[in-house]
Write a protein that binds this ligand. Structure first.
Ligand code: SF4
Length: 876
């Protein structure tokens, strides 16, 4: 396998930590064909809806193409000199800890390496942290406590070979869809059983043999109970335990824990323990539901304890398996991109490690204590301790807990630099200096996925405008700050070789991360580098860790940790009776800076929402499609109600993706309090407490337009469509003239309008057309607007006068919201086909419509639609 396949270039998907291989073929006119790489070991040709739609995200429409200083275009020399001078002056006046970098799991390993070297090696501060802190820092800390290093023991092949896959705090079907399909394949081939542990019933529960809807935060109590049952059933593994310390204390603590904290009944607990203990090959996959907690590290260790006690680790089909959220969260861990790590899994607090790295980098003294982790970093920005901040490829003004406070802190900071591909993010708008960076399809380097496989990302487009690679921007600043030799890199391959050489030094200290076998890789070989799992050295190659019982603590053993379940820090009560869980949806990524560019991806869920149990909705007087206002001491959010028994009573779920650019009143992290795990510093993003009430709008509206729409309303949420834009609106202030308001909204003055009004029902409908083609339409009502949105969204640019009816003509049935993004098939089309053709299976829907036959991410939703159709309906 090399860097090309025919006319296609091999690269890696820039979204989640599955790290799927992709084949890219530019069309010569700015477009890009994307398909899964059949030879990549992570995905074997499969892609999910997000990966499949990458080609829709490469346009230059919203790209930042020149450096900007205070909103004005500048040249690179001026911008880089300013960044270097301001950082130098701040350090000279206030010391190295007065500056900070906040970086991202989007960075390639080579970018990350240079950022870490600049901050820890040459600036002399450990104030570099990353948005991976919000994603998997608890796993890093838990694995270090148990294994002595941050080691993922297993590989993706274990998912093919397991007989039981336990998913805890992981909606794998939506967040890591290709891995979920891999588990489904194993289920088909070998009957792998599935257990889902999650307070919510998610798409991942679709094929589960057992779903444990436990109380939020009670995972430790559940795994402690399992540990006691492992002992009681005689399932402790003496051979494994010969390499493990801490069994007695862990068992004692586990017995002192109270399994009733889980809210699970005895039969559910018994079935869980029986399946886990009775199955030899068990993989426990865990993700944000475990990590994003004030007891996240303990949750990780409670899981690891059970695998260590039974020897279900390091052998085929077994092991604890952390799946990472970001494309290069693992690469960031490897270079030491977190504030509490050095480089190559070496320890900041270890004088010998520091001395070795200092000699290797030829730098001054390295910091001997951890720097500021994300929450503390932005607190320090807020209280003025951090006076110069460089934010790279991340959007903390939206994604950090207490996002309103963070936004204010960044705004007030003396000097803020943002490197990004677009100026249109909540954070970029707060910068003093904005630096245009290349995007994933324009840059080359490496990323490491969740199973330690290093893959190449390769450029298929030239850098547009004046954009530069991140490693180069960082190196330019390093040189200008006075370290020309240390940052005299010519290309990413040179940086990779340096990183690989340093990993060999780390391995001599007994560390797991070792890619020294690649330290002499030539530039051409680096260009051709095939996906390779570390370790890669003269003596070690890929594979699983710990099969030999050799761990990385000083005594060579693993540690079981005594851990006791702790509730989330904030408690619900009269003032804030609801527990708010936050998370991801299937077709969007982070703060949507790329996925929102794809009309196809916006068709699945076009508007921010809150999921609520039917009884809670009834108590609050909320019906489907109402707007709901959530509030607490941190802020307010307004979201569309989805009423579903997938939620436990008293618990809500809302997605994390919407921003000031797409739905300003739905920035959900504004409501999350910045409590964090005391060891990992990872925020408790899934356990805020809030009050909920109907949002009493005076009017509701739905609009479509060919041109972008800039609303001015208490609530709005916009999404791209194939025909232009669609927007939901609601307001509290009366509008006296809807035509005037509509012309302002659509920024059109003379375009002819058709108006339909029903004053008794408080409804107004306006359609603007030029040359017989619809340019924009607005539907207003006193109640949530009832029109065929998915049909109307296709109408801008079309000839016809039916739009004001709000429904399609008889020969234009409403497909409904998209379920299958790959083929654009809507819910109504699927339901109609199920009913008229009496379909009984997901496969039959696939045969009839194609839905679910490409990436497969919609299969759980297809199953849910099948269940909605009763046997009587199917028979008629
Ligand atoms: Fe990209 Fe989807 Fe693969 Fe994740 S599962 S790497 S988002 S294609």
């Amino acid at each position: 396998m090399d860097g090309a396949r025919g006319h296609e270039t091999r690269s890696t998907c820039p979204y989640c930590g599955v790290g799927c291989g992709i084949l890219l073929q530019p069309d010569g006119a700015g477009g890009l064909a994307v398909r899964g790489d059949p030879d990549h070991p992570a995905n074997k040709g499969k892609l999910c809806s997000k990966g499949s739609a990458l080609g829709e995200t490469v346009g230059l429409g919203e790209r930042l193409l020149t450096p900007q200083i205070n909103g004005e275009a500048a040249n690179w020399d001026t911008a880089l000199d300013l960044v270097a001078d301001r950082f130098k002056a701040t350090i000279a006046k206030y010391g190295p800890d007065s500056v900070a970098f906040y970086v991202s799991g989007q960075l390639l390993t080579e970018d990350y390496y240079v950022a870490n070297k600049l901050m820890k090696g040459f600036i002399g501060s450990a104030n570099i942290d990353t948005n991976s802190r919000l994603c998997m820092a608890s796993t890093v800390a838990g694995q270090k406590r148990a294994f002595g290093t941050d080691t993922v023991p297993g590989t993706y092949e274990d998912l093919d070979e397991a007989d039981l896959v336990v998913l805890t705090g992981s909606n794998l079907a939506w967040c890591h869809p290709v891995l979920y399909q891999r588990v489904m394949e194993a289920r088909k081939n070998r009957g792998t059983k599935i257990i889902v542990i999650d307070p919510r019933s998610t798409a991942t529960c679709d094929q589960a043999d057992l779903h444990l809807a436990l109380a939020p935060g009670s995972d430790v109590a559940l795994f402690n109970h399992l540990l006691t049952q492992i002992e009681d059933k005689g399932a402790l593994n003496p051979a494994s335990l010969a390499h493990v310390t801490g069994l007695e204390a862990s068992l004692r603590t586990a017995r002192a824990d109270d399994v009733h904290k889980t809210d699970l009944d005895a039969s559910e607990l018994a079935e869980f323990c029986e399946m886990w203990i009775g199955t030899e090959r068990v993989v426990t996959i865990f993700s944000q539901g475990v990590n994003q907690s004030s007891s996240g590290v303990d949750k990780v260790n409670a899981i690891l304890n059970c695998h260590l006690a039974t020897g279900r680790i390091g052998i085929p089909g077994c092991g604890p398996f952390s799946v990472t959220g970001q494309p290069n969260a693992m690469g960031g861990r490897e270079v030491g991109g977190l504030a509490n790590m050095l480089a190559c899994h070496l320890d900041l607090e270890n004088a010998e490690h520091r001395a070795a790295v200092r000699e290797f980098w030829q730098c001054g003294p390295l910091p001997d204590a951890p720097g500021l982790k994300a929450v503390d970093m932005f607190n320090a920005v807020g209280d003025g301790r951090i006076k110069a901040l460089w934010i790279i490829h991340t959007n903390p003004a939206v994604s950090m807990p207490e996002a309103n406070k963070v936004r204010k802190a960044i705004d007030a900071c003396d000097f803020v630099v943002v490197s990004d591909i677009t100026a249109q993010t909540d954070t970029a708008r707060l910068s003093d200096v904005l630096l245009p960076a290349t995007a994933w399809s324009e840059k080359g380097g490496t990323v490491t996925n969740s199973d330690r496989t290093i893959s190449r990302q390769r450029a298929v487009f030239a850098a547009p405008g004046q954009s530069k690679d991140d490693w180069l921007i960082l190196a330019e600043v390093g040189r200008r700050m006075g370290w020309p030799d240390a940052f005299d890199y010519e290309n990413p391959a040179e940086i990779f070789r340096e990183h690989a050489t340093l990993s060999g030094i780390a391995a001599n200290f007994g560390k797991d991360f070792d890619i020294s076998g690649l330290s002499d890789i030539s530039n051409p070989d680096y260009d051709l580098l095939a996906p390779t799992r570390w370790p890669i050295s003269q003596t070690r190659k890929g594979g699983r860790f710990f099969a030999d019982g050799a761990y990385f603590h000083a005594d060579g053993k693993a540690k079981m940790l005594p851990v006791l379940a702790r509730s989330p820090i904030e408690e619900t009560g009269n003032e804030y009776p609801f527990r708010l869980n936050t998370g991801r949806i299937r077709d969007q990524w982070h703060t949507m800076t790329r996925t929102a560019l794809s009309p196809k991806l916006s068709e699945h869920l076009a508007e921010p929402f809150v999921d609520m149990h039917p009884q809670d909705a009834k108590t609050l007087g909320i019906v489907p499609s109402d707007l709901v206002q959530l509030s607490n001491k941190n802020g307010v959010a307004i979201l569309r109600a989805r009423i579903t028994s997938a939620q436990r009573r008293g618990e809500l779920f809302a997605p994390i993706h919407w921003t000031g650019e797409t739905a300003p009143s739905a920035r959900i992290d504004a409501l999350v309090t910045s409590h964090f795990d005391p060891i990992s510093g990872q925020p408790e993003s899934k356990a805020a407490v809030v009050a909920a009430a109907p949002f009493k709008a005076r009017w509701f509206a739905f609009a479509v337009s060919i041109k972008p729409i800039s609303p001015n309303a208490t609530y709005w949420a916009r999404a791209r469509t194939k025909a232009g834009w669609r927007v939901e609106l609601a307001g509290e202030k009366p509008v006296s003239d809807w035509e005037v308001e509509a012309r302002r909204l659509f920024d059109i003055s003379d375009t002819p309008v058709q108006i339909m009004q029903d004053l008794s029902r408080g409804e107004t409908r306006l359609a603007f057309s030029e040359n017989g083609r619809l340019t924009a339409a607005l539907f207003v009502s006193r109640h949530p607007v009832a029109v065929m949105r998915d049909y109307i969204a296709t109408q801008p640019g079309q000839v016809g006068d039916m739009v004001l009816a709000g429904i399609g003509a008889i020969d234009q049935p409403n497909p409904g919201p998209t379920v299958c993004s790959c083929f654009g098939i809507g819910v109504n089309s699927i339901l109609d086909t199920i009913q008229t053709r009496g379909l009984m299976s997901v496969e039959a829907i696939g045969d009839a419509l194609g839905a679910g036959t490409n990436c497969g991410a919609c299969k759980p939703e297809l199953n849910a639609l099948l269940k909605r159709c009763s046997p009587i309906e199917l028979a008629t």
